[in-house]
Design a protein around this ligand. Sequence first.
Ligand code: 5GP
Ligand code: MG
Length: 180
Amino acid sequence: MKKIKIHNKNFKLFISHEKILSAVEKIADSLNEKLKGKQPLFICILNGSFMFAADLFKRMESVEAEISFVKLASYKGDKTTGEVKQLIGLSQNIEGRTVVVLEDIVDSGITIENIQEQLRQLNPREVIIATLLLKPDALIKKVQLDYVGMEIPNDFIVGYGLDYDGQGRNLADIFSIINE
Ligand code: 5GP
Ligand code: MG
């Protein structure tokens, strides 16, 4: 079993690049069908989703698709709102459009629920959510995930765009933490 070390933590090979790509291809096949004639705007949630977005987007062969890259920026709200996460970087007008959100992984679901809510306020025609990975055991929010590449256990992972403290995003495979 292939093992790696990032900072002070050990990880083992969990999902090969080949398996990741076959999950991406399945999502792409469904989206190519669903989005025909719709001129969708894909929205890649940085940083973690950049590899998933690249591999998926180049498989959108039957669709006149556009893509935009956004980030969630944290800032302190007032006493009642606490920490607020605002979606930044979206320059297009999405009113009346089909929007496809590309997320790397849904854990508690808080992030994706927040993104969905902020997008809905901009009056798109529909918001479709596609996540490469889902940790069902960690999910605490009831969000509708339209496309899920793979369900995984509730362990910390790195690779294929996902980092551990800045490192590991360049790994082609996904690695899972070894709890020692
Ligand atoms: P949520 O808001 O659903 O709890 O978390 C979503 C975000 O947390 C993801 O977009 C991702 O950036 C990060 N995340 C969740 N689980 C993992 C993981 O196992 N590894 C890494 N590197 N990031 C994760
Ligand atoms: Mg993410």
